[in-house]
Ligand binder design. Structure first.
Ligand SMILES: [Mg+2]
Length: 249
């Protein structure tokens, strides 16, 4: 009894019959096409107007400051930088003073620091609503720290996995696959989503458009669009969206 593969082999045409078949097919195709059909342009793919939302981690959805300030206040050298730290806590600021910064960098370089940070209340629910309720394409856009970069990158991926993907069925789009870790966030503006995206970040990134998540790193900026808290994000975000990115589907 012939096997399936034998029959398939026998069914194959010889090289001369194949040439004839190809020639006939070419002739038939040409004849069957009317001039109007041949000159018709191919239908274009419909361009999606889905808004892409890039969201920062530290200080925007992750309460990095809470853990850093706590560790700084428990540090043996705290009496040496207490006044400077109090000033930052009270008045805000983009960077820590050098005396505080060196200790803060050491704290953030510790294994498990980033993976174990607490989310800012309401942030996880807000991002899920952006994607599921509003249909935005949500991505994480976060910068690595210079000291202890390996722990930082690993910790941030673990954090996203823990708070967004744990317990999800396989086959779903994984949030951890939507983490972009890059130092110079301004380069995102030159990407394929140009013109129809927005960045939510607590620090000025040189990205346009940006909506600020209210915090000490943007306290000095006036008249910038802000999300004041994740409890009010829908009102804050939707109110400023049309003026900075135009109509959104
Ligand atoms: Mg930040």
């Amino acid at each position: 009894m012939a096997s399936k593969s034998d029959n398939e082999h026998k069914a194959l045409p010889s090289s001369s019959s194949l040439s004839k078949l190809l020639k006939d097919a070419k002739t038939n195709t040409t004849v069957s096409q009317s001039p109007s059909t041949a000159s018709k342009p191919k239908p274009q793919k419909k361009t999606s107007q889905k808004l892409t939302v890039f969201v920062d981690l530290d200080g925007t959805i992750v309460d990095t400051d809470k853990a850093v300030f706590k560790a700084l206040k428990e540090h043996p050298k705290y009496p040496e930088f207490k006044d400077e730290l109090d000033k930052v806590e009270k008045e805000g600021g983009v960077e820590f003073p050098p005396t505080v910064d060196v200790v803060a960098k050491h704290i953030m370089a510790q294994p498990g620091f980033f993976a174990n940070l607490e989310p800012i209340p309401g942030a996880i629910e807000a991002l899920k609503a952006m994607q599921d309720k509003y249909g935005y394409d949500v991505w994480f856009l976060t910068a690595p720290v210079k000291h202890g970069i390996e722990e930082c990158v690993k910790g941030k991926m673990l954090w996203v996995k823990k708070h967004f993907d744990l317990g999800k069925e396989t086959g779903d789009v994984r949030w951890v696959d939507k983490v972009i870790i890059m130092k110079k966030k301004r380069f995102i503006g030159g990407g394929p989503v140009r013109g129809h995206f927005v960045l939510i970040d607590d620090t000025e990134q040189g990205v346009e458009p940006q909506i600020y998540f209210k915090g000490r790193r943007n306290a000095h900026l006036e008249d910038v669009p802000r999300i004041h808290s994740w409890a009010t994000w829908e009102t804050d975000f939707l109110a400023c969206l049309p003026s900075i990115v135009g109509p959104v589907n």
